[in-house]
Design a protein. Structure first.
Length: 60
């Protein structure tokens, strides 16, 4: 699977931030994706493993 754009739900907040999904792995608690996204502070870029339930598709 190639890279794709996703929405990343904040861990402790209501916002969804645009991200780029890089790859998947099976974690101990389910599927996780390695995602890069920009936080609400536009100068902070994060790359981290995110549980699948915090991700959503972009577009229809």
């Amino acid at each position: 699977m190639g890279q794709r754009h996703v929405w990343v739900k904040e861990k402790f907040g209501p916002r969804k931030l645009p991200g780029l999904l890089l790859t998947w792995r099976q974690g101990t608690d389910g599927w996780e994706a390695l995602v890069t996204w920009v936080t609400a502070d536009p100068e902070v870029i994060i790359t981290d493993w995110v549980p699948a339930e915090r991700l959503g598709p972009v577009g229809p």
